[in-house]
Design a protein around this ligand. Structure first.
Ligand SMILES: Cc1ncc(COP(=O)(O)O)c(C=O)c1O
Length: 372
């Protein structure tokens, strides 16, 4: 089977895991979690971060730390993984689903237009006319691991006084984060096994705000800050383990190589597919690093390619299904989602991992060319 994603492990990954077992540091105790955070901060140009047990946990606590609470409303795209919405609901707030534009970004102008008609300011808070719920935050999502419009989004969040939490779960190219960050921008990453950089499972909440980092750290550590059994708040047992951090550290050391191999694979796909008429590449050469994506012109075409791939033992699943179309999320507020509803079942995520063999990539390229 040629899988969409498999992690890329070298001897160094195995050695560091072996060391954890030899030193007995397998739980949340151990020296490597701090080192992982420090190395991550250095690599991704953040002042602070808190390593947790998943990207979902980073989102959950990140929202809590920025002040999302019962009755609030949070803006997000419907085209995302469930965790983005779930984290809002875990905080007893409500998701407000928006469409994305052709670039898979939240459409800032459109959002402004809608905010102007559906909200008003009350004591500096942006409030929904419909039910007086405070629109507390916005979560832009890095789709396919692409770069986000960081500058425009911080401007929007300041203008409307809404907190900004970036769901950069799968956006792992450190060059994308090499910019001066505002203390009001906060970022959640996932290191699940299907991501460019993996710690098995795991995540990080990263920020340049010490205040926010301290809050997330305490929340992730069962509400404790200092002593073993002194609790400051009702927290969560969300800490990353030493084993996860060990793997994450070794992956950070290999990140440059991993990204380089992936870029070559992506470039090869792009050079072969850019001329196709009915199948389009969704590809930003500089700013995309997780998965390589093709867009087909109909769902029928998607299913044809899926059937062909199935016969050839190549994994192809439908990618994210819009959340607003699914039972658990149907009751929440949503705007018109024309592009999202049109595009989601035409997205082809090709095998995109660094271990993809040349011959396997050739096979995929030939099949797509033949069917296009
Ligand atoms: C956009 C997005 N947000 C959040 C997550 C959640 O991360 P995790 O699986 O580490 O909880 C994912 C995971 O794939 C994701 O794609």
């Amino acid at each position: 089977m040629i899988n969409t994603y498999i992690p890329y492990f070298k001897k160094s990954d195995k050695n560091i895991l072996k060391k954890c077992l030899e030193t007995n540091f397998v739980s949340t105790a151990g020296p490597l979690v701090k080192k992982f955070q420090d190395d991550f901060n250095k690599k991704y140009n953040f002042k602070y971060s808190v390593a947790v047990n998943s990207g979902t946990s980073a989102l959950h606590l990140g929202l809590k730390a920025v002040g999302v609470s019962k009755g609030d409303t949070v803006i997000l795209p419907s085209y995302t993984f469930a965790a983005t919405a779930n984290a809002i609901i875990y905080n007893n707030a409500s998701p407000w689903f928006f469409d994305c534009d052709r670039n898979f970004d939240l459409p800032i102008d459109k959002i402004e237009e809608i905010l102007k008609s559906k909200t008003y300011f009350k004591k500096k808070n942006l409030v929904l006319k419909k039910n007086n719920s405070v629109v507390r935050a916005i979560i832009p999502v890095s789709t396919f691991g692409k770069k986000l419009e960081f500058d425009k989004l911080i401007k929007l969040s300041k203008k409307y006084n809404i907190k900004l939490l970036f769901d950069t779960a799968a956006c792992h190219d450190n060059k994308i984060f090499n910019f001066e960050k505002d203390k009001k921008m906060h970022f959640c990453f996932s290191f699940n096994g299907n991501k460019t950089l993996t710690s098995g499972a795991g995540g990080i909440f990263a920020s340049n705000s010490k205040k926010l980092i301290d809050k997330v750290k305490t929340l992730a550590n069962v509400g404790k800050r200092m002593n073993k059994y002194d609790y400051e708040t009702i927290g969560f047992n969300y800490k990353m383990t030493n084993i996860q951090a060990a793997l994450g550290l070794s992956q950070i050391n290999n990140l440059k190589k991993i990204l380089l191999i992936k870029k070559k694979i992506f470039h090869n796909y792009y050079e072969n597919f850019k001329v196709l008429k009915n199948i389009k590449c969704f590809f930003d050469r500089k700013n995309q690093n997780w998965v390589f994506v093709l867009i087909v012109n109909s769902n029928k075409r998607f299913r044809e390619i899926q059937d062909l791939f199935r016969r050839e033992k190549i994994q192809l699943d439908l990618f994210w299904k819009p959340l607003h179309l699914q039972n658990p999320y149907k009751k929440f507020m949503r705007e018109k989602l024309k592009f999202t509803e049109f595009i989601w079942n035409k997205v082809i995520v090709l095998p995109s991992h660094p271990g993809l063999k040349n011959n396997d990539q050739k096979k995929i390229i030939n099949l797509i060319k033949k069917i296009s």
